[in-house]
Design a protein around this ligand. Structure first.
Ligand SMILES: [Zn+2]
Length: 341
């Protein structure tokens, strides 16, 4: 899932995302709540309509940004008080409020409000964080079930109604890097019966073997007939590995963020387009890639755009990286389907 933090996958227009085959993208609750505001988006019939994206959307709970962008946040059992990174104004997020904001945004998938345990964290700290996450999961679910029919589905830009769509809520497994805490969390969440399950709090600075170990601990406990989502991963080889383990969904800012810094993921490995060696390189960014960028432009041209600080640079680099990531998942899907058959 490409990440569209502010209601946009940075530098790439929605029709291009559609042509790349992106079926679902992410929006960030924290950012959209602060600007333009969830009530404004509700009045405009929801995020689908506002950003003109008729395909699936997922919003996060806002928790991760509250924790990562706010050094001065204050956590209590009730919720989190934090200051806006935009204007310093004070805000209070509770599980109920996160649900209200996500119902107003009206994505297909909303996420339970959780506390992302930092890394490294001592066992005591991870236990306390897990206690909060589980209490907040219960409150998120109760509020969501009571209000989910308030989603305004509106219609798309052509006036066609988003008929038959309902919002789903996923629970998030936390527990730091402690396998038993992770398992305990997964079991409790499955008892609560969410529509899908995410494994959060990974890719927060821990070594990759540990990420893998935590996924392997949790995955077998999550129902196979519901989506299983690992949040915030990863490099191209990681997403392939996790998908083959049974992970159904992943999101990561890496392909888009790295692209804007000139880092391209290719079938030949990582390519830093800023390097001088590409100054007169007429080859496409990735000779094995059939995306609209690789079909049309050379490494030399992409390097020139980057050196000149041209806006098209971020756009073209991002389109290629997304095409590359989506092609990995397409290949894995095809190979899993042929195994099944
Ligand atoms: Zn390409």
């Amino acid at each position: 899932m490409p990440v569209g933090t502010q209601g946009t996958v940075k530098a790439v227009a929605q029709d291009v995302l559609e042509s790349l085959g992106a079926e679902i993208i992410l929006g960030n609750t924290y950012h959209l709540y602060l600007r333009p505001g969830h009530e404004a988006i509700r009045r405009m019939c929801g995020l689908h309509r506002f950003m003109s994206w008729p395909r699936a959307l997922l919003t996060d709970s806002g928790g991760f940004q509250v924790f990562s962008l706010n050094a001065l946040r204050k956590v209590s059992d009730d919720g989190v008080r934090f200051r806006s990174h935009l204007d310093g104004s004070s805000h209070f997020f509770t599980p109920e409020h996160s649900m209200e904001v996500q119902i107003a945004l009206g994505a297909d998938i909303a996420m339970a409000f959780d506390e992302c345990t930092e890394y490294p964290a001592e066992r005591g700290r991870a236990e306390e964080s897990l206690r909060l996450t589980m209490a907040w999961a219960r409150r998120s679910l109760d509020h969501f079930r009571a209000h989910r029919d308030e989603v305004v589905w509106g219609n798309d830009r052509n006036g066609e109604a988003f008929e038959g769509r309902t919002q789903s809520l996923f629970g998030i497994v936390q527990g730091g890097m402690f396998g038993d805490l992770r398992r305990q969390c997964a079991e409790r969440l499955v008892e609560m019966d969410f529509d899908g399950y995410a494994i959060g709090g990974l890719s927060v600075g821990e070594p990759r073997e540990l990420t893998l170990e935590m996924i392997a601990e949790v995955l077998p406990l999550l129902p196979k007939d519901k989506p299983r989502y690992v949040m915030g991963v990863g490099y191209p080889d990681e997403i392939e590995q996790y998908a083959r383990m049974g992970v159904d969904m992943m999101d990561c800012v890496l392909p888009t963020r790295a692209a804007r810094h000139g880092l391209l993921f290719t079938s030949e490995g990582r390519l830093n387009i800023k390097n001088k060696q590409y100054a007169e390189d007429q080859a496409p960014p990735d000779p094995a890639c059939n995306c609209m960028v690789c079909r049309r432009y050379s490494r030399a041209y992409l390097r020139h755009l980057m050196q000149a600080g041209e806006a098209l640079s971020g756009t073209l680099n991002t389109i290629h990286n997304l095409a590359y990531y989506l092609s990995i998942m397409k290949r894995v899907r095809a190979s899993l389907q042929s195994q099944d058959g």
